[in-house]
Design a protein around this ligand. Sequence first.
Ligand SMILES: [Zn+2]
Length: 174
Amino acid sequence: MAYAVTHILLTIVVLDFFRHYIFGKHRFPRYLLVIGGIAGLLPDIDIPLSWMFSLITGVGTYFHGVFSHSIVWPIAFLLAGMILYSLHTKKKNKIANRLKTWAKISYVISFGWFFHLVLDCLYGGYTSMLWPLQTLTTFCPEFGLDHYAVSIDAIILVLWLAHEELHQKIKDYF
Ligand SMILES: [Zn+2]
């Protein structure tokens, strides 16, 4: 599995590229990056949940990488976004705007969640992408990226900072 920092950082970097090059700042407000970044880590909520479950029940259980690492969740958020978006076209002004905002939030959560699964898959580790159909994903490549996790984080951070500086976008974050 990729580190927590990688999940957040890389999700934000990828979303930020979409923001700069495809959607633009107006259609893609900055808070969506924050939500996306958090969603990029959200599937690993099963780690503290496992601890809590073990503490409460007194039975050592570790269900990291199962339920929350299923493709079911990104699909659910994608569908929610599509429904909210289609509803927004039928409403006027204020409500329409709110629906559109929530549609965007759902899309970003869907993307962040999905991207987490992709990263876990690439890094090798616990993934049950097809849960409940299959408990262990068998199609993930064995790149062994786990060994380079720290270096990968550093490279991503440096490249992203360079990109932001080059485009004078670093001030967007302050
Ligand atoms: Zn994970």
